[in-house]
Structure formats: structure tokens, C-alpha cells
Design a protein around this ligand. Structure first.
Ligand SMILES: [Zn+2]
Length: 276
């Protein structure tokens, strides 16, 4: 190859490399905040992403599905997920998290400290241990900064709930609130009426623009009393089409509509995405 051609090729390669690096730097420092309710079928998985920082709340019931979804929203060069938050140890929330821990470098796992007898829970705990991931018990008051001006706060449980009731793992679901400027999200795991009442009776500020509807729209949650306190303008139901639980309950959907709250569902529109 003549010398001139080699020089040209080198310049082009350097130029492309510089472009890719600039892209990575721009992306890593991006201030834009993205919240995506991933369509993982019957289960929950919510990605909060800002630049190269990611928090994943729950992982759905399929490792393959959640990894596919993360592949769409997390660029290939970003192999870290800073925090995995497991709201409670049910299979439709933690199964996918095992695969995420195996595939990504995970900074910390926040869970509710409630044990389950299930095999998937044993695998979840084993993976945390094998991968030497920090495990933090999520209690109300715990705050996580996402850059300078976005923050996630755990609002429940407060540590008073009994831990020895493996039959009702939903009750101790971690409820968290994300605040970014005027925009507030409330993520409720699979809590039910009783837990909603504890939150309503507390002095905690649970007002939010966007409400992750608890327990895939189960009839045992999303009470009028709770909606009066949260006052959301949109409600997101993470649910699989034709699931065997009959989620979401028609009563819950009707209540949301009566309150003039926009209803968005992963079974109808796929991923539900918000960008700020
Ligand atoms: Zn669930």
C-alpha cells in the first residue's frame, strides 16, 4: 500500500476512535434521567438510568428477557449496574436479578432482608455471595443520590414488620420514591391495603406524579385512600398479557380512571418509558 493511503487510513481510524470516545464521555456525563418500566411479562422490572449510572428495581421472572431489555437501554460498553433493588423475594421480582448479577458488575444489592423458602431465593443469595456483592437491607430513610439533583429514597418498610412470615413476602416490599426536580415516582413493589394504610398514616411525603401500581394491579391494593395521598397523574401497571392471576383487576383500572389518572400497561404497550 502506498504511504499516503496508509496515512489516510490511520487518520480515519483515529477520527472514528475519537468519535466513539466522545460519544462514551457524552453519554457517561449525560444529565438526562430515564425511567423505563420494562415489559418482562408477568412481573416487575424498572430501569432508572442517568448517564452511566443505573438502578434496576426487580428483574422479572426471566433472566433472558431482562438481559435482552437491558441490552436495549444500557450501551454495550457500560458493564456496570450500580444498584439492584429487590423489592421482595418473590420469583416474579428476583429471578431475573440472578442473571443480571451474573452478566453485569453490580455495585450493591438492596433487599428487604426477608427470607423465602424458594429455590430461586437460595440462588439469589448464593449469587450475591459468590460474586461478592454488597448486600444492604433497605429500610425507610435510606437515600441514594443519582448525580447532583436526583435522589431515590426508601419509604417502607420501616423495620417493624415481622420477618418470619414467608407466606406474606409481599407485605415487606420495599417502597421507594424517586425525585428529580418536579418529577416524582413512587415504586410500590407488591404491597397491599394494610401497607398502604401504614404509609398514609405516617407523615412520609408519598406524593408522586407517577405511580407504579402495586402488585400488578391486584384488587388488594391501590385503595382510594392511597390514591388520595399519592395524587398521581399517571399509573403504570407492570403485567403479563392473559396472566393466570387475572391482573390487573378491573376494579383497580376503573378506580384509576374515575380519578382521571392516565393508565399505562406493559401488556398493552410494551416498555413504558419516561425521559426527563
Ligand atoms: Zn409480583
Amino acid at each position: 500500500m502506498p504511504k499516503k493511503k496508509i496515512t489516510y487510513s490511520l487518520i480515519i481510524v483515529l477520527f472514528i476512535t475519537a468519535l466513539i470516545l466522545a460519544g462514551i464521555i457524552f453519554y457517561s456525563q449525560s444529565r438526562k434521567l430515564k425511567v423505563v418500566f420494562l415489559d418482562v411479562g408477568q412481573g416487575d422490572s424498572i430501569l432508572i438510568s442517568r448517564g452511566s449510572n443505573q438502578i434496576l428495581i426487580d428483574g422479572g421472572v426471566s433472566g433472558q428477557k431482562v438481559l435482552e431489555k437491558l441490552g436495549e437501554y444500557v450501551p454495550f460498553w457500560d458493564r456496570d449496574i450500580e444498584i439492584l433493588l429487590a423489592t421482595h423475594p418473590d420469583a416474579d421480582h428476583i429471578t431475573g436479578l440472578v442473571a443480571v448479577m451474573e452478566k453485569y458488575e453490580v455495585g450493591a444489592v438492596i433487599d428487604n432482608g426477608v427470607a423465602s423458602q424458594s429455590q430461586v431465593y437460595a440462588k439469589f443469595k448464593e449469587t450475591i455471595e459468590n460474586r461478592k456483592i454488597n448486600e444492604i437491607e433497605g429500610r425507610s430513610g435510606l437515600r441514594i443520590k443519582i448525580g447532583e439533583d436526583a435522589e431515590m429514597e426508601i419509604v417502607a418498610p420501616d423495620g417493624t414488620q415481622p420477618k418470619d412470615n414467608p407466606k406474606d413476602t409481599n407485605a415487606s416490599s420495599i417502597v421507594s420514591k424517586l425525585t428529580y426536580g418536579e418529577n416524582k415516582f413512587l415504586f410500590t413493589g407488591d404491597i397491599s391495603y394494610d401497607n398502604e394504610k401504614v404509609l398514609v398514616d405516617s407523615s412520609r411525603d408519598i406524593r408522586a406524579d407517577y405511580l407504579k401500581v402495586s402488585h400488578h394491579g391486584s384488587k388488594y391494593a391501590t385503595s382510594q385512600m392511597f390514591l388520595d395521598r399519592v395524587k398521581p397523574r399517571a399509573a403504570i401497571v407492570s403485567v403479563g398479557a392473559d396472566n393466570r392471576y387475572g391482573h390487573p383487576s378491573p376494579d383497580v383500572i376503573a378506580r384509576l380512571e374515575e380519578n382521571k389518572i392516565e393508565v399505562r400497561r406493559t401488556d398493552q404497550e410494551g416498555d413504558v418509558e419516561y425521559n426527563f
